[in-house]
Design a protein around this ligand. Structure first.
Ligand SMILES: C[S@@+](CC[C@H](N)C(=O)[O-])C[C@H]1O[C@@H](n2cnc3c(N)ncnc32)[C@H](O)[C@@H]1O
Length: 267
């Protein structure tokens, strides 16, 4: 797999960062599919990347970077990242728009600490709220103010990242997938209730399995009359029932799934 970098817009334009890489003798290509993405044909240690410790750049697969493209939160929007640790996608959203009002949740308090580390290194998120809670437990953490946009980057089988972590194949069993699919469904149902009418919930996984992706969304649509899929373009992989799926290596990215779900506006 190539090494993918995400340039932190708050520090450098992608063009300016490509110049820094060239000066450091690191071969790099601007990726046309996503605005902050840079592909390194040959991987290098992160500490050799100009400004890495200062947060000028992060290592993040193309598919993960495109979550920000698919969510397209309006400027200054009230955004929920419901499964946020270690914070890669939250940081990307804030690098693109520091005026976002972001709430980041994760059930795993230890992993939640990594969100703070990610924010500290990239220099974003000083205003963001970070909470160690179960996102399905809305009565515990929600103040009743609806969100303009919700990111559900769901816990999943990680079958999309087998080219980087082949041991996924050794550890996953059929009953795990059933349990994960049930958790994803509970997360979808709970998070739908905190989204404002007309708002967008982006459901994403790094899975290639139907139960976690197309089937999960199809079942959600059946039980959620005010939800509709909004089509995403070819830049996000191939189409599956209005959603987008990438297989490992497709367009150079990890296996990934994106469903952009819009809540009907009230009349
Ligand atoms: C795919 S990872 C998120 C990656 C993250 N969005 C990023 O880009 O860095 C899924 C996360 O969901 C969290 N999680 C699992 N069940 C949860 C729940 N019920 N509520 C909140 N977070 C949960 C896991 O701890 C894990 O950190």
């Amino acid at each position: 797999a190539p090494m993918w970098l995400r340039v932190n817009r708050q520090q450098h334009s992608r063009e300016a960062y490509l110049d820094l890489l060239a000066e450091a003798g690191i071969e790099a290509i601007a990726e046309p599919l996503s605005a902050d993405a840079v592909r390194l044909p040959v991987a290098v240690p992160v500490n050799s990347l100009p400004g890495f410790a200062q947060g000028a750049v992060s290592v993040q697969d193309l598919s993960a970077q495109q979550v920000a493209d698919a969510l397209q939160a309006p400027l200054g929007a009230r955004v929920l990242d419901a499964c946020a640790a270690p914070g890669g996608k939250s940081a990307h959203l804030l690098e693109r728009d520091p005026s976002l009002q972001l709430l980041a949740l994760d059930v795993d308090a230890r992993r939640l600490q990594r969100i703070r580390e990610t924010f500290a290194r990239t220099g974003v998120g000083a205003q963001a709220q970070v909470l160690a809670v179960d996102a399905t437990d809305t009565t515990v953490w929600w103040d009743g103010k609806p969100f303009d946009a919700v990111l559900l980057d769901a816990p999943c089988s990680a079958t999309g990242i087998i080219r980087r972590q082949p041991d996924v194949l050794l550890h996953r069993r059929a009953e795990d997938i059933v349990a994960l699919a049930a958790l994803q469904a509970r997360l979808l149902d709970a998070l739908w209730t905190v989204l404002r009418p007309g708002g967008v919930l982006l459901y994403s996984t790094c899975s290639i399995l139907r139960q976690e992706n197309g089937q999960q969304v199809a079942d959600f649509l059946v039980r959620t009359p005010d939800a509709q899929v909004q089509a995403l373009p070819d830049a996000f992989g191939h189409e599956v029932a209005g959603n987008r799926q990438r297989l490992p290596g497709e367009q150079g990215g990890d296996g990934f799934f994106y469903a952009r779900l819009v809540k009907a506006a009230q009349d």
